[in-house]
Design a protein around this ligand. Structure first.
Ligand SMILES: Cc1cc2nc3c(=O)[nH]c(=O)nc-3n(C[C@H](O)[C@H](O)[C@H](O)COP(=O)(O)OP(=O)(O)OC[C@H]3O[C@@H](n4cnc5c(N)ncnc54)[C@H](O)[C@@H]3O)c2cc1C
Length: 631
């Protein structure tokens, strides 16, 4: 067992973790990054048609303000107003920082950054450096991390957070990791910045890159509270490779076909089974391009009807679903499309005879993307599914991104549940940058000293390592394969914990999930060799996380929240349960209790702050060091 000491440990090397490390190091904090790998995670591996960053408007004569942007961030409800203001205000600094590091966000001759409208965005605040904005961010941030000389420990999987103290004095004090080569490594740290990303490994149908599993279960196991776990985003994505089929992929109106489970026999264009009017179905398909996430309010007569149809084919009828760009769908007539679809395609010159011809005109890069990954859209259909893509909720943290109940733990990036029911596209990348900046500012101002006692740390890592070794020993003789164990909770999440929620089925799923957690603790799952042992530890935290998510979902359905955001709640008769808008003014907090159960409670959203915002008083508070605030 090796022991490494640093002042602040950053776990994860996505866009959020890298930025936190840069900001900490620049403030003179001895920082170390531990990560599964610099090429792992969502930021460096994913993208979309035009991957979006959301920031304050910085172009033209359209007025914008911090409060107007904060109002847009929190408009769908379920978001604390002060966090929305912090993310809106911080967007200017975070965005300018990325520009200064060389992320190629487009600007004009005057230095203005023109924006476009993204979903849930009233004001053209969105910008993009192309399909790989988050990768461009990581590349630039990693250059800076290296220039600043921040040490990086790669090929390490954190298996537990280390915690010392009890009651309200509990605090994070490091982490225990398993190296891919097999050895244990303990990290002793005053502060832990937790940047492990979103819940990619929880669902069978997932748009996340396969190497992004997420680590929120580690924090639940350490007792950190979650917030808004039921609020996530689901949408249509290709299965191999995993990629959102948004934007032009849908706007060119491909054929939507399903087949038997062999992927070729019994081919059918299933949209027309439920909609006698082809032009109507294809106009909705066009809209999926920029109404990408599944939305309950569009589920009956709007574009999310398409998502439901795809889901039914796959999950209810057991068939496979594909987009086919080689031919037009049955009954397709360009002139019969909605005015919006026709106008858009005509103005773009994308009026070719086949979906492929239209796609090549509208976005040739979209065709090249799949060709480079072995899928020739001119020769074969593309398999798709309704997939989990983003968790708006996550860990509950303060205005300075510190966990609300585990001191010295700073969740940043997608693992931080700062968002509410919905969010403007691009707000995730911005929240990750702002979170790292604010956590670093707070740590440098309040937590830069040494407060961790040697004996408290020693007690924590010795007992945690003992527990890890006992689990590893159980895994070595377990008869349950890690794959079977993972398959079980991923299937449960996709079936009961995704966009479609039934009260009774969810209650059963919660009981089954808790039984799986107990079985995994008792038996472990089979692991031969160090790499499989890492899989077993991943399963342990993912399994805990899935029990927490399902429990929160069931509680929210039981509370009567109804259908909202990306979730459709159905009653026993199969009818849609309408939203109760009263819950928009609340957030759901979740805590893991001893024995792997979860407790939940609704709390009122803090409103947008109503301070005077007077320069002289803000300056005075700033000079005397009152900012960052104590809590
Ligand atoms: C298909 C798709 C399209 C998207 N498009 C957009 C968009 O247009 N705009 C937008 O704002 N957002 C978008 N998002 C969301 C956004 O990309 C992510 O929220 C963001 O990149 C997450 O960054 P992160 O740094 O928090 O986590 P990640 O980039 O996922 O990084 C997590 C890091 O933690 C490491 N890690 C995890 N567990 C452990 C462990 N146990 N031990 C050690 N290391 C660990 C991982 O290896 C990785 O290095 C999209 C997401 C997807 C999937």
């Amino acid at each position: 067992m090796k022991l490494t000491c640093c002042h602040t440990l950053v776990i994860g090397s996505g866009a959020a973790g890298l930025h936190a490390a840069v900001q900490l190091r620049r403030r003179g904090i001895d920082t170390l990054i531990v990560t599964e790998g610099l090429r792992k995670g969502t930021s460096i591996n994913t993208g979309s048609d035009k991957q979006t960053y959301y920031k304050l408007g910085l172009c033209g004569a359209e007025p914008d303000s911090v409060f107007a942007m904060a109002a847009a961030l929190s408009a769908a409800g379920g978001m604390h107003g002060d966090l929305a203001v912090a993310e809106a205000a911080g967007s200017v600094q975070a965005f300018a920082h990325l520009v200064s590091l060389g992320v190629p966000f487009p600007h004009d001759d005057y230095g203005q950054f023109p924006g476009y409208k993204t979903d849930h965005d009233p004001a053209r605040r969105a910008t993009s450096s192309g399909p790989y904005t988050s990768r461009d961010m990581c590349t630039a941030l990693l250059r800076e991390v290296r220039r600043l000389g921040v040490p990086i420990h790669e090929r390490r999987s954190v298996t537990s957070l280390l915690v010392s103290g009890s009651g309200s004095r509990r605090r994070a004090c490091g982490a225990l990791a398993l190296a891919a080569s097999g050895g244990w490594q303990a990290y002793r740290a005053e502060n832990v910045v937790f940047a492990v990303g979103g819940f990619g490994g929880l669902y069978a149908a997932s748009a996340y890159p396969a190497c992004q599993l997420g680590g929120i279960g580690l924090a639940f196991r350490a007792g950190a509270a979650g917030r808004n776990l039921p609020d996530s985003q689901y949408g249509l994505a290709s299965v191999r490779p995993r990629w959102n089929v948004s934007g032009s992929y849908m706007q060119v109106v491909p054929r939507l076909i399903s087949t038997a489970s062999d992927g070729c026999s019994d081919e059918r264009e299933f949209l027309l089974d439920a909609c006698a009017e082809p032009a109507q179905a294809y106009s909705l398909l066009f809209l999926k391009g920029y109404q990408w996430p599944f939305e309950a309010r569009r589920a009956d007569a709007g574009s999310s009807w398409i998502d439901r149809m795809v889901y039914d084919e796959r999950e209810v009828k057991g068939r496979r679903v594909f987009l086919d760009y080689r031919r037009n769908p049955a009954g397709f007539h360009f002139d019969a499309l909605s005015e919006e679809a026709r106008g858009y395609l005509a103005r773009s010159g994308a009026t070719g005879r086949t979906p492929l011809a239209r796609l090549l005109k509208l976005n040739p890069g979209a065709v090249a993307f799949y060709r480079e990954r072995g899928v020739d859209l001119a020769g074969q259909p593309l398999e798709i599914a309704l997939c989990a893509q983003h968790n708006n909720g996550g860990l509950a943290a303060s205005l300075w991104w510190e966990s609300v109940n585990l001191a010295h733990l700073f969740p940043v990036g997608e693992v931080n549940g700062s968002h509410g029911v919905g969010r403007p596209g691009g707000a995730a990348l911005n929240a990750g940058q702002v979170g790292g900046m604010r956590a670093a500012e707070f740590i440098a101002a309040r937590y830069a000293g040494a407060t961790l006692a040697d004996d408290a740390f020693a007690a924590s890592w010795v007992s945690t390592l003992e527990a890890e070794r006992a689990f590893a020993a159980r895994c070595r003789c377990s008869g349950w394969s890690w794959r079977a164990c993972r398959h079980e909770f991923q299937q449960r999440m996709s079936r009961y914990g995704a966009h479609l929620r039934h009260a009774a089925a969810l209650e059963r799923a919660v009981a089954e999930a808790q039984a799986q957690v107990r079985r995994l603790e008792r038996e472990g799952c089979r692991a031969a060799g160090p790499l499989e042992l890492i899989k077993a530890f991943e399963n342990r935290q993912l399994c805990t996380a899935h029990a927490g998510y399902l429990s929160a979902l069931a509680y929210s359905v039981r509370s009567g929240v109804g259908s909202r955001g990306s979730s459709l709640v159905m009653d026993e008769q199969g009818a849609k349960v309408p939203e109760d808008p009263a819950f928009r003014a609340q957030v759901l907090e979740t805590r893991c209790s001893k024995g792997h159960g979860f407790r939940h409670r609704w709390q009122p959203c803090r409103p947008l702050p109503a301070a005077e915002f007077w320069f002289e008083t803000a300056w005075e508070a700033f000079r005397r060091g009152a900012i960052p605030a104590q809590t």
